[in-house]
Structure formats: structure tokens, C-alpha cells
Design a protein around this ligand. Structure first.
Ligand SMILES: *Cc1c(COP(=O)(O)O)cnc(C)c1O
Length: 449
């Protein structure tokens, strides 16, 4: 399969190049050239299939030409060593729990899949004679770093550098990427998240550094990170079909960079019978405003309780536009019309998030995290007669324990897996926020396998 750039000014890439490079030469995002419909027989039988088997069918549709079937099967089964159950919250509203992975975040699936795919390519690469390591640089405000670090842990031929702002991530989050060792290095930057991101961007631009080492990124612009998230939606459909509740299904996705909902929309293009989608946002409402006006006006992000969704210029918006304009075939107006006929939006303030968490806990006993709360509320307000809704619960509430406990008056239990990270010993490299020091540090690293 070939991948083209949303900016239309870069050469097409094969899967390996798209994954290793992340972003196209013209700074556009890679899109698969074709999206094939899955056969009717797959949907007829889906309710009896396991999550992993469903995922394998979906993966084969995208990656089957570039990865041999045994390799792909290993990749999918190894990635999905945990379940993503659908849980009834109340009549007609179900939570799709995406937080049962190693770091209790939904980003685990994409990060693990990408790590294994890169590992597959380095193992099977004939022209990797020099035995060069692939170095993944990732800037994090918390969640992405832990999912990426754990996803890549122990993968041969790859080293990960996680850059995070000193003193600005929670203890639980910090422990998830600073205690791992092996091929993971945590770099504690004396600055804020934006400084970390600036260092990563500068590193990708630096010619001398790129001669010294092979660098790549692992955020949701990478096709290997966002596409596998489509697995969730086929699985959710299967579970709802088994309950006899799949006829008028509405999927609601709490969104930040829009990678997750974008994968759901790709699923829809593959024939997933979902009636419509809702993108739930916190106070960062650029997408919501686009739906209302047809104008996309990025802004600086606002800090909220649902901080993994604090994005003012979602990177995957370019993919959604490209998908529904069919790479420029439809005008901006037609594209907007096509998008709004399938996707609606919602935006909630911190006060509304708190209110929703309390209301849901009181009436159903279900503990929402601040991100999931946006999704639940959007369904509660938006479902029409006859529809059944599924919203993504994107993080385990214990990851936001202080916030959740103070809002609900609870003392929620920290799962064993999370507690185990906190027992590990912190190892990190402390660096100032200037690029020259960071570069000098990387130039000293050994980059051969
Ligand atoms: C990353 C994240 C989101 C947003 O997902 P996108 O794919 O960026 O839209 C929502 N909730 C949680 C908990 C996250 O970590």
C-alpha cells in the first residue's frame, strides 16, 4: 500500500517509510491510498469473534500487503494482550473501556503496535547493514510518554528518549517512564511541555544530528499509531451486536488531537455500520466551532481537568478534511456538509465535567474520569429516540485519582499495575532547555546496534 501526503507536495511512501519518517517531506500527514470495505461475511459473523481476531482482519485490510500474515498475526496478538470491554452504564449508554493496557491509557494499543511494526521492519530489513539503531524522540506532558515508553520497552533495535517537563507531571505518570531502564531513557527538562516539544522539533531539523543518528517520532500523526485504534470500534460493534443493540449505534469519542476518532472514521469507511459519531471536547472547542461555522480557526490551548484533550490545533484534523474531501475532490463547503452529516460535536467546561462526574456516579455508580465524562455527557444530551450510544472511557480514573477523589468524595483504588510502577527506582537525565546541550548529549550516544 502506498501512502500520500495530505499536503499533496511530497512523493508517495510505502508503509515502512511512512512509519519510520512519521511526517511527509512537505509536513503533511500520510494517508493510505485506498480504504477497502471489509466483506459482508465479516460483519455477519463478527459478534462471535474475539477482539484479537477482529483486529487481525482489520489490520490485514491496511497492512496485509506490507507485512506477511504470520508477522502480522504475531504483531496483533502481541499488541492486544488485554481486552477492551463494553460496560453498560445505564439504559442505552455503554462505556467502551480502553484503559486496560499496561499504562491504563488507550494510547497503549497504538504505541505497542507501532513499536512492534518498527521492530518487524528493522528485523526484516536487508539494507540495514550498518546496524543503525532507530531512535524515537517523544515529548510528553504525561500520558503519551508512558504509553510510548512501555510500548517500546525491550524492542530490539530501537531506543526511546522521553522528554518531559521537570516537576510538571504527576508522580504516577513520571514513574511510568522513569523506572523502566533498558532501551528507555527519560530526560527531565528544566522547562515546560512546550520546551520539550521544541527540543524534539529542533532535533528533527538538525542536519548534523540526523547524520549521527536515525531519528523518528511516535505521536499520533504516525500511521502506525493512529490506524490500529480502529480495532476498538469493530470490537465495540461486535459486542453491541451480540447484545442486539447495534441497529442505530452512535459512537462518541472524547477527542484532543483527533487521532482516536479519526481511526473510527476510517473504520466507518471500511464499512463499520455505525449510524453517526460525536466528537466530545472539553473547553478546547476548535473542532466544535468548525462544525458550526465551516471555519477552522486554531487557537492556543486552554488548561482543563481533561488535560490529555487540551489541544488548540488538533493535528489529525488535516486527515479528517482530506478523507471527506476525497483528497480535494469536494469543495470546502461540500466537505463541511459531508462531515456534519456524519459527525456532531459537544464542548464542556470544567464545571460541566465535575457536574457530570457527580451525576453519573450518584445515579449509576459508574466512576468516570474527566475525559470519559465529556463522552458520557455528549451521549446523554445528544441521543435520539431509538439510538444506542457507546462512549470511549479513555483513561482509568485512578490515573487522575486526586481530581476524581476530590470531585466525587471517593478514595478510588490504584490498580496493582499502576502501583507497581511507583515501587521502581527513578532514573533520569536532567538537562536544561537549550538545544545545544540536548544536541551535545545526543551526539555522545552510541547509535550502533
Ligand atoms: C490522548 C487522550 C485523549 C485524546 O485522544 P486523541 O486521539 O488525541 O483525540 C483523550 N483521553 C485521554 C485519556 C488521552 O490520553
Amino acid at each position: 500500500m502506498q501512502y500520500y501526503s495530505t499536503n499533496g507536495k511530497a512523493p508517495k511512501a510505502d508503509l515502512k517509510k511512512a512509519v519510520v519518517k512519521g511526517l511527509a517531506e512537505d509536513k503533511g500527514l500520510y494517508m493510505p491510498e485506498r480504504i477497502e470495505k471489509l466483506p459482508k461475511a465479516f460483519f455477519d459473523d463478527i459478534q462471535g469473534m474475539r477482539f484479537q481476531d477482529i483486529a487481525f482482519n482489520v489490520a490485514a485490510n491496511f497492512f496485509g500487503e506490507d507485512v506477511d500474515m504470520d508477522g502480522l498475526s504475531d504483531l496483533v496478538f502481541d499488541t492486544l494482550s488485554f481486552d477492551c470491554p463494553v460496560v453498560k452504564v445505564e439504559e442505552n449508554i455503554y462505556a467502551l473501556e480502553l484503559f486496560h493496557g499496561p499504562t491504563l491509557a488507550f494510547k497503549d494499543v497504538g504505541a505497542r503496535f507501532m513499536a512492534r511494526l518498527l521492530g518487524y521492519f528493522t528485523r526484516n530489513s536487508r539494507n540495514n547493514k550498518k546496524g543503525q539503531l532507530i531512535n524515537v524522540l517523544v515529548a510528553t506532558s504525561g500520558d503519551t510518554g508512558s504509553a510510548v515508553a512501555n510500548g517500546f520497552l525491550g524492542v530490539e533495535g530501537i531506543h526511546v528518549y522521553v522528554l518531559y517537563p521537570k516537576g510538571k507531571v504527576s508522580k504516577i505518570q513520571e514513574s511510568q517512564f522513569t523506572t523502566l531502564g533498558q532501551n528507555i531513557t527519560a530526560i527531565e527538562v528544566d522547562g515546560v511541555f512546550d520546551d520539550c516539544q521544541a527540543l524534539v522539533k529542533a532535533a528533527f531539523m538538525d542536519e548534523e544530528l540526523n547524520k549521527h543518528m536515525r531519528l523518528t517520532s511516535a505521536n499520533s500523526i504516525n500511521v502506525a499509531r493512529f490506524l490500529p485504534q480502529a480495532f476498538y470500534y469493530f470490537n465495540a460493534y461486535a459486542r453491541m451486536k451480540a447484545l442486539g443493540k447495534s441497529d442505530e449505534l452512535v459512537m462518541c469519542v472524547p477527542s484532543g488531537n483527533f487521532g482516536n476518532i479519526c481511526s473510527a472514521l476510517f473504520g466507518h469507511e471500511m464499512g463499520l455500520p455505525v449510524k453517526r459519531f460525536i466528537a466530545a471536547n472539553n473547553a478546547n472547542d476548535v473542532f466544535y466551532q468548525y462544525l458550526q461555522t465551516g471555519k477552522y480557526e486554531p487557537k492556543a490551548s486552554i488548561q482543563t481537568l481533561a488535560n490529555a484533550m487540551d489541544v488548540g490545533d488538533p493535528s489529525n484534523f488535516a486527515r479528517i478534511l482530506n478523507l471527506y474531501s476525497q483528497n480535494g475532490k469536494y469543495s470546502a463547503e461540500e466537505t463541511h456538509q459531508r462531515i456534519t452529516s456524519l459527525i456532531s460535536g459537544a464542548t464542556y467546561s470544567d464545571e460541566q465535567i465535575r457536574e457530570t462526574m457527580r451525576q453519573c456516579y450518584k445515579t449509576t455508580g459508574y466512576v468516570l474520569d474527566p475525559h470519559g465524562a465529556c463522552g458520557y455527557r455528549a451521549l446523554k444530551e445528544g441521543l435520539q429516540a431509538g439510538e444506542v450510544g457507546v462512549f470511549c472511557e479513555t483513561a482509568h480514573p485512578a490515573k487522575f485519582k486526586d481530581t476524581v477523589d476530590s470531585i466525587l468524595g471517593t478514595d478510588i483504588e490504584i490498580p496493582e499495575r499502576l502501583a507497581a510502577f511507583m515501587k521502581g527506582e527513578k532514573q533520569s537525565v536532567e538537562l536544561p532547555k537549550d538545544f545545544q546541550t540536548f544536541k551535545a548529549y545526543l551526539m555522545k550516544q552510541v547509535c550502533k546496534r
